[in-house]
Design a protein around this ligand. Sequence first.
Ligand code: CDP
Length: 242
Amino acid sequence: MERPERLIVDGRRLDGRRPDELRPLQIKAGVLKRADGSAYVELGKNKVLVAVYGPKEMHPRHLQQSDVAVLRCRYNMAPFSVEERKRPGPDRRSIEISKVVREALEPVLFLHLYPRAAIDVFIEILQADAGTRTTGITAAAVALADAGIPMRDLVAGISVGKADGTVLLDLMKEEDQWGEADMPIAVMPRRKLVTLLQMDGNFTPDEFRQALDLAFKGIERVYEAQKRALREKYVPASEEER
Ligand code: CDP
């Protein structure tokens, strides 16, 4: 696809959103029978499935840590998730994303409760349309909670950026590809602690602050949807009404 002449027309984006709007977001907890915890998230055209296993005994044993559990994250893009078929298996990008996702999630876990154990998080990108690392984090936090693993807080992710000089919430593919900036961010929402912040492109200090504000607004929405998904699984609708 060629770059459209403009990414913002009359204050509206290519998909009709205003700059501060999220794409439609749906989160479901506990979607896989054989995982200890799982979640499925759709954010616009992104479709992400996460499975969590553990805490369980760490194998191979030489990777065990005598005082804490080890969190292992694998971010994987399905070959059919992107326009140009992705070669199966890890590449530099997915190895880097797996690392930053792990670092974004670690602060909410009480890893010292499970010495010598492993907690495995598998993030499968089934369909990608920009923002997959942050959507993966959002889904992984729900899956960890669904696994019954004690957590200080959830972690919610979203990206912000800039296109045609306008600061935007939740970039879609065209804005990510042709815009001027892309800044994924993950936050522990209750404490408002940032656990991931990356950036491509350029922001003035003012734009950066504006983008950060917008990200926190988006995070609130994502957090609400995460809590709703967990409530829906654990509190039957009839009980919630009482
Ligand atoms: O997905 P995220 O924004 O976290 O990461 P990115 O590296 O900024 O990639 C942005 C988007 O580019 C992805 O979400 C995919 O839609 C697309 N992409 C692709 O088409 N082919 C790849 N091999 C990698 C990414």
